[in-house]
Write a new protein. Structure first.
Length: 159
């Protein structure tokens, strides 16, 4: 297990930060930032409020870490798939198939980035920055895959 992110006085707090963030992603994804309570976070992560705050900061700082984790895992997985060897068209289809399966499994949650943008708009610049950077990287990966598909004759431009 990895030690908590911040060193604080008192007894050592040891837990897996990545696993904790993954659990926090799920609960923020389900409830959104505004509806999250520390009780929900404690239940989801198995950590006490003090441990969460010591490791990640306040709820806003934790949510920013959650957004970065979501970008690093989910968005990066999509980018990696789009850049994978083989058929660009197949890679694009695999991304949409994956997202479709997510919608089927999480019928009411949608996309964490879209939900957060709807909840905050640009009112929280730190959240908006993570979302915009990740979205731009994803757009660029889609553009590259589409261009590669066009060069290989798999994707035909209608223009």
């Amino acid at each position: 297990m990895a030690q908590a992110a911040k060193e604080m006085p008192g007894r050592p707090r040891e837990f897996d930060c990545e696993a904790t963030l993954a659990k926090a992603v799920d609960v923020f994804w389900e409830y959104g930032f505004s509806r999250i309570t520390y009780a929900l976070l404690e239940q989801a992560t198995g950590l006490h409020r003090q441990s969460i705050v010591y490791a990640f900061g306040d709820k806003k700082a934790l949510f920013q870490a959650v957004l970065r984790h979501y970008a690093k895992t989910r968005v990066q997985a999509a980018i990696d798939q789009l850049k994978a060897p083989g058929s660009p068209l197949t890679n694009i289809r695999l991304i949409f198939d994956s997202w479709f399966r997510d919608v089927q499994r999480r019928s009411t949650t949608g996309c964490l980035f879209v939900n957060t943008s709807g909840e905050f708009g640009r009112a929280e610049p730190a959240f908006a920055q993570v979302i915009e950077q990740s979205t731009q990287q994803l757009i660029e990966a889609f553009e590259q895959a589409i261009q590669a598909g066009q060069c290989q004759g798999e994707i035909v431009s209608l223009h």
